[in-house]
Design a protein around this ligand. Sequence first.
Ligand SMILES: NC(=O)C1=CN([C@@H]2O[C@H](COP(=O)(O)OP(=O)(O)OC[C@H]3O[C@@H](n4cnc5c(N)ncnc54)[C@H](OP(=O)(O)O)[C@@H]3O)[C@@H](O)[C@H]2O)[C@@H](O)CC1
Ligand SMILES: Nc1ncnc2c1ncn2[C@@H]1O[C@H](COP(=O)(O)OP(=O)(O)O)[C@@H](O)[C@H]1O
Ligand SMILES: [K+]
Length: 511
Amino acid sequence: MEPRQELNSIVVTTEQMANIEGKIFAGGMPVAALMEKAALLTSQRIQQLYPLHTVDKVGVLVGPGHNGGDALVIARELHLQGYDVCVYCPFTKLKELTQQHANYAHSLGIPYHNDLESLNHCQLIIDGLFGFGLKRPLSGNLAIDVDRLNQWSIPVVSVDIPSGLHTDTGEVLGTAVKATHSLCLGLWKPVYFQDQALAYTGIAEKIDFGIPLKDIFSTIPQPIPLQLLHKTLALGFLPLPRPQLTHKYQQGHLLLIAGSHRYAGASILSSNGAKASGVGMLSVAVPESLKPLLVGKIPDGLVIDCPVSEKGVIASLPPLATDFASYDIIACGPGLTREATEVVTRVLEAKCPLVLDADALNILAQLGTVNRLSKRQNATVLTPHLGEFKRLFPDIHNPEKDRISATKQAASQSGAIILLKGARTIIANPQGKIWIIPESTPALARGGSGDVLTGLIGGLLAQNKTTNHTLEAMVATAAWWHAQAAILAAKERSELGVDAGTLSQYLHTIF
Ligand SMILES: NC(=O)C1=CN([C@@H]2O[C@H](COP(=O)(O)OP(=O)(O)OC[C@H]3O[C@@H](n4cnc5c(N)ncnc54)[C@H](OP(=O)(O)O)[C@@H]3O)[C@@H](O)[C@H]2O)[C@@H](O)CC1
Ligand SMILES: Nc1ncnc2c1ncn2[C@@H]1O[C@H](COP(=O)(O)OP(=O)(O)O)[C@@H](O)[C@H]1O
Ligand SMILES: [K+]
């Protein structure tokens, strides 16, 4: 990998970004020169996105800090290139450098307006109100302006981040600009991967303006705490190529415990996810009444029939399923129903790594998440969506307000690897390492997608004895693979065409 390519996978907090900036300035780089570098590249990208022959009139919103300074450099460059630029800056007191750029823009003859309304004839708006320096909510006339801007149908390019969003949590501070494009300066910031911010960030791109690698890597601890999973990394985590001399049990044995009369399909979908992983052996424990169905659908799986309760759920696990030493990993939960308490209690005693999903999580929550997991001797992976997460970790308040921190906190409390599902899935280990799945598709928002993921995670983890990567990296790789398959399927079949069965068929086509 090219050294700077590594930066594509790093996410820095506001504090880390400010520290990196501090190191650059301490080294002697003039503040104005750094702003010039960042803003020039940003203005060039804007010219590529909105060439002069397609867009003529550009309105620039200027804030009081250095985000406003960036915006003024962009205004100047666009003006010099021939765009018809005007500025709206609803502040009287600007930071010194920003004021200097304001003065120069004025001297160039760029018009300043006293109200936002005067920009409504523009074909493009540049949002340079606030960047990572925003700490308190937008209010008063400023908030009214932003709300009004959001009602226009003019494209908006936000500089660094959409103004009004908290850089780390993605929280909307009062109100926030809804951008068409966001050009993130230097390094990715957490806001871009927080679900609550996605409606504001639009199409996001990073502008690499040449921050010295030494300043980055001397600031961010190793291993990198917050990392995006990209194709290059994910491919490196897959169990490929297979060793020539191997056999099915060396390629991992997964026991999947899934399904009930009510949710029979969950066992098939999760088996399909597992099969797609390439796992050497797949055993599936289901209610005995489902055995013929499973044998028909998953002929390559060893189907273990379990006694069924009156409610149509697995009542207990037979000896074949409780011979835990035979399995490299157990994945349990899809379609179990909340009645299967005995199954989950028993499985928690297994010495091998465990993946719990769906109702296994709800049952774990009833049993007491942290207390129960403290007794486990091997790794546990929990894959909740937000609702399940709240039941598992009731003392983590409002996890949706900062999904990244909430996932980290849950992993640290429970000692488990936590995968919090969502539009941007987050994976954390107990030591604080976080992986983020940077792209996905809402095509996944339908029943059964998660079942496929559980099988895929189980199947990949089972094969980890041949690859030996960290478990969280493998879990994240499964989630990346799942998202990529959905993206491809949605591209070919539309977002409406990605049912869970189709999704599992697409898992292989992404390579
Ligand atoms: N890092 C890098 O490498 C580079 C960073 N660069 C750029 O610097 C940006 C960060 O600049 P920044 O620190 O000046 O902060 P910024 O986001 O402009 O806003 C702070 C200002 O807003 C004010 N203010 C805050 N809240 C407010 C409110 N609710 N209502 C009203 N006012 C409010 C606040 O006032 P104060 O709180 O001090 O009263 C302060 O004046 C960054 O995002 C990027 O664009 C590039 O130039 C070069 C490379
Ligand atoms: N809006 C969305 N964008 C991207 N991925 C999504 C979205 N909504 C859901 N997903 C993904 O779809 C899957 C849904 O899993 P889950 O909620 O367990 O569903 P089920 O239990 O029906 O299988 C998760 O992997 C989640 O990350
Ligand atoms: K901005």
